[in-house]
Design a protein around this ligand. Sequence first.
Ligand code: ADP
Length: 363
Amino acid sequence: DRCLAVLTSGGDSQGMNAAVRAVVRIALFKGMKPYLVNEGYKGLVEGGELIKECQWTDVTHTMHKGGTIIGTARCKEFRERSGRLDAAANLVKARINNLVIIGGDGSLTGANIFKEEWKGLLEELVRKERITQEEAALLPYLNIVGLVGSIDNDMCGTDMTIGTDSALHRIIEAMDCLVSTASSHQRTFVLEIMGRNCGYLTIMAGIAVGAEWVLIPENPPKEGWEESMCDKLKSSREKGRRLNFILVAEGAIDQENKKITTSDVKKVIDSKLGFDTRVTVLGHVQRGGRPSAYDRILGTRMGAAAVQTLFEAKGEMDAFMIAIRGNEMTKLPLMSCVETTKKIGSALNERDFNRMQELRGSS
Ligand code: ADP
């Protein structure tokens, strides 16, 4: 039997369970033997009980749960070759050379390094007599497919990442809760929204609730933005609006690359307008709760596409990332997605970025 293992790594996100479930079930459907690796790369490095063969019913009733039932972790050992050597030994013992990695760009980069080192790692394991020549010969290559689990929607090449839609739901639920108190007291709320490099959640939440001002890393505000923001707040109050929402992405910066925080924004409003202003940091609430229908479906589709890709491979294949583009599942070269994301940093996604550049050029 061909064996396949799935793990979740890096930050958790809603919808990861749907992806894991789909990987397990499509693998069984295709006649591949699925394994669950618990606690991310720590599970690969430590092996033993953390790498377990999995049956159809092991993933029953998991779809509706937030986070990841197989655990996730940051694992510094896997960043070192010695940790990856242990990981390779554990995979060889279980006869696994197909991996589905669900995580962010760090996890996917790690997966790619592991794949590229595979032959060398096996040679070293044989040399050190940790595995036999015969065992090594059974698994001459490692095939990997990456899925992006991230609430930030911060990967180039895919329109959406697993978890973003649920996080948006959490944000707008919280904002809906604030509306009544904000409106009763005529308050201004300044909210910090997750997204260290990416303002997607901030912009989309801003549209979904009608925020008055958003600050995102991709588009540092022009000098004098404080005045413009206060003018806007003042004029909307004059028109009869009883509350204001200002959304600040975690990674918001100004033209000098200096971080703009929610308390900076509050200070500006306090001093220029004297409005009753409150800061709310939603924090990890955004990662929590049940996955939305969209994320369950996205996770399921991506998990199925990942297994399909591994199943169809005839021998060694390049590392792929499964993306959704225009509602179609697509496989893209993994490292070019990761590298483009690093290069253009914070763009919403590649196409939005190109469009943004065009618009900037023409204005
Ligand atoms: P994310 O996947 O969400 O971006 P991290 O960057 O923290 O999160 O990565 C998660 C884990 O992936 C790390 O703890 C480490 O085990 C592994 N990893 C990340 N970057 C690398 C790398 N360059 N080489 C090897 N492993 C890596």
